[in-house]
Ligand binder design. Structure first.
Ligand code: ADP
Length: 719
């Protein structure tokens, strides 16, 4: 069968003969059954015609019987599309019994034209059957019928149609085609087994990949706090007195974060094996939930998301486990804040239903990014994280919602979700209300603020204009603080807390270097890098990724976006400094090479967008240099960029300020005219846009180390 034909058969079979609930194994059995029966009908049909032509009535009736039986089975299968176990039982029994009967009619095994092979084929076919028992029964029937044929032999007389020639001819024909049939069956069975093995191996590989992804997810979560713990410890070692309290607080907070993560994972394992008891108290849950809600205010402010408390403050005394309730509600609130962009709203509400089976309903709604409908069913699965274009939106381990569901179920309730992409999500937890636990008068509050937000101790910025300017794009304020301390001495720092803001600042300020996180709200780091590298105003700026995503594929994606370096958290302070310094020096080298070609052709070292930019600048100056009113303002307007952008870009590429660049261009032109024309120095000065001939002479001498009048007189030879 040629491949396209096989494929066509495959798709026809898939469309017409498989049912939606068929497993791979059932489809395999159906195919084997169908193919084998069609094969038998074709071959036996041909042989039956031959026996009919040769006038061999017993063989002909045998062939006819077999064909009729197989056609009936195929017809039933085509109609029902199902294979019942009776199919196999009837098939095996009929072939074995009907063949034995014919062998006896033909006068025993020696004069049956090799029909014993048909029985053997049935045995081999039984290898492919779903039931081992049936294979055994087939074998027993084969042995029993064969013994019966042998036992009856003395009383049998060979049928008149089985002459020695016919007997031998059919023996050879049957031996040949049936052996071939058996060979095909064996091959087929082995192939199917190999396919199943492979599918199993692929499934195992998938599980393995899932595990790797899960560990990578969790590792990310650990990297940022560990960076801060390690980094702050190093800073403290270097200067133990400086900001001792703030630095130790950062260490403490981040150590707590790591501990919380570890506890979450351990709790999840305990929840799964059912070894986590509820520790109920009877207290005012309204006051408790209000307290938990309030502990997220700081985080909400930092993320510029509005948190709304919708419930009235009426006391609600009932049983709950404070620790687990805090985890449950905290997870929902922090997710809502995490997946809602700045300017959005998060609503928190809870109430008791008035029905006979009283229930506590807790609702957390947001106006965030939402969840695609096809992924809603999976979000409560352990380690599941929504796959979409916003994948890099936030770091996460994918255990939060699983935990929420497990806790809700442990408390006898459940959680549900409603969500629309780009509109928002709403999570509802419903719990049964009981009032049996010991009464506690005070609110059992022990919550810790979920995120560090005190930014009051930032060191003053270094404003030395000779230092290179570095833009940090990072959403974790503590990491920004730490980077400020590490880099503040060597760079003038700018900071942006999300991708959009980072792009805006990079375009506005055109810094010398960009240090960028990958997972951020808004545009992720990859997109920031792509945007900057595509814009002629910022394409020359080296971009360094500093990220918790340590896997090779993220690293490759980062470098493919045009990043100049990729550092992973936790990073070594000296490595980061060395990397930034090297990139800056490299950029300087390119610039030096470039500045020696200012008014000539572009050097090969500049990449496309930079060369195009300089070409444009030169083309505009070429048109306007004679106009003395043409200056920086006219140039940046003509280029459609800002003064700062023009200045920073020219500085980065040529080491010259915009006014210097324009003046150098004019002086080059003047130098050409002095050499090629007989015009006077002052005439040339006016023609190249200098309004004052004395000023022209002064700057000319400064630029070229010779007086313009000397060049005119020919006393100096220009190189
Ligand atoms: P994670 O640590 O990734 O936040 P969770 O188990 O808390 O893990 O959430 C699973 C996934 O569900 C998240 O990765 C996120 O894609 C999605 N999700 C959870 N809460 C929200 C929400 N309020 N808005 C949008 N998506 C959400």
């Amino acid at each position: 069968m040629s491949i396209p034909l096989a494929q066509r058969f495959h798709s026809w079979f898939g469309k017409n003969l498989t049912l939606p609930d068929d497993s791979e194994e059932v489809t395999r059995q159906k195919k084997t059954f169908f193919n084998a029966n069609i094969g038998v009908v074709l071959v036996v049909g041909t042989l039956t015609c031959t026996t009919w032509l040769l006038g061999l009535p017993v063989l002909c009736s045998y062939g006819f019987g077999l064909v009729a039986f197989n056609v009936t089975l195929i017809a039933i299968f085509l109609k029902t599309k199902r294979l019942s176990p009776y199919f196999y039982i009837f098939n095996q029994a009929f072939v074995l019994l009907f063949t034995s009967f014919t062998i006896i009619r033909l006068g025993g095994i020696p004069s049956s034209g090799g029909l014993i092979f048909a029985k053997l084929a049935a045995i081999v076919y039984s290898l492919s059957l779903p039931s081992k028992k049936l294979a055994w029964w087939s074998f027993l029937l084969f042995v029993a019928t064969t013994i019966l044929e042998a036992a009856l032999y003395p009383w049998l007389t060979p049928a008149p149609e089985m002459t020695p020639v016919i007997n031998q001819a059919f023996f050879v024909i049957n031996a040949t085609w049936i052996s071939l049939f058996m060979l095909l069956i064996v091959f087929y069975v082995f192939k199917q087994r190999a396919d199943l093995e492979q599918a199993k191996a692929e499934r195992l590989q998938e599980v393995d990949d899932l595990k790797t992804r899960m560990f990578a997810n969790i590792a990310h979560e650990f990297r940022t706090p560990l960076t801060l713990i390690g980094g702050m410890t190093e800073l403290l070692r270097e200067d133990p007195q400086h900001q001792l309290r703030e630095r130790t607080e950062t260490i403490q907070r981040n150590a707590n974060k790591v501990l919380r993560l570890v506890n979450q994972m351990l709790n999840l394992a305990r929840l799964k094996d059912g070894s986590m008891p509820l520790q109920l108290v009877q207290a005012d849950i309204a006051a408790f939930l209000f307290y938990v809600f309030n502990s997220y205010q700081g985080l909400a402010e930092h993320r510029k998301v509005k948190l709304h408390f919708l419930s009235d403050h009426q006391p609600m005394v009932l049983d709950f486990d404070p620790e687990k309730m805090e985890e449950l509600v905290g997870n929902l609130l922090s997710n809502a804040l995490k997946y809602t962009p700045a300017g959005g709203d998060v609503y928190f509400d809870f109430y008791c239903t008035k029905s006979s089976a009283e229930q506590l309903v807790i609702k957390v709604k947001d106006t965030g990014i939402g969840i695609p409908a096809n992924q809603l069913v999976y979000i409560f699965d352990r380690f599941y994280r929504v796959e979409n274009e916003q994948k890099n939106f936030e770091e996460g381990s994918g255990i939060g919602l699983n935990m929420v569901r497990e806790y809700a179920r442990l408390m006898g309730g459940d959680v549900s979700v409603e969500s629309k992409p780009n509109k928002g999500s709403g999570f509802t937890v419903t719990l049964p209300v009981t009032r049996l636990a010991p009464l506690q008068m005070s609110t059992p509050v022990e919550t810790v603020s979920p995120e560090p937000l005190d930014l009051g101790w930032m060191p003053t910025e270094n404003s030395d204009p000779t230092l290179p300017q570095l833009l940090i794009i990072e959403d974790n304020p503590e990491v920004i603080q730490y980077l400020r301390q590490v880099l503040g001495k060597n760079f003038r720092l700018l900071a942006a807390t999300n991708g959009n803001e980072g792009i805006r600042q990079a375009l506005e300020q055109v810094p010398d270097l960009v240090l960028c996180d990958v997972m951020m709200p808004g545009k992720d780091g990859f997109e920031v890098c792509r945007t900057l590298k595509k814009d002629f105003r910022t394409c020359h700026i080296p971009v360094v990724f500093l990220t918790a995503r340590a896997d090779t594929s993220s690293r490759i994606i980062g470098l493919e976006q045009g990043a100049d370096a990729y550092l992973t958290k936790p990073f070594n302070k000296r490595e980061l400094l060395a990397c930034l310094r090297n990139l800056f020096i490299q950029r300087e080298k390119v610039r030096l090479k470039f500045s020696s070609h200012i008014n000539g052709h572009e050097p090969e070292t500049t990449d496309g967008l930079d060369a195009v930019f300089l070409k444009n600048v030169r083309a505009i100056l070429e048109k306007n240099y004679a106009d003395e009113a043409f200056g920086i303002e006219e140039l940046y307007r003509a280029l459609n960029i800002s003064r700062v952008q023009l200045h920073r870009k020219l500085m980065a590429l040529t080491g010259q300020s915009a006014s210097h660049f324009i003046r150098s261009f004019r002086l080059e032109k003047a130098k050409g005219l002095l050499r090629q024309t007989t015009k006077s120095v002052s005439e040339i000065a006016y023609e190249t846009g200098f309004s004052d001939a004395n000023y022209f002479s002064r700057v000319f001498a400064h630029e070229f180390g010779m007086a313009a009048s000397d060049l005119r007189k020919g006393t100096v030879k220009l190189p």
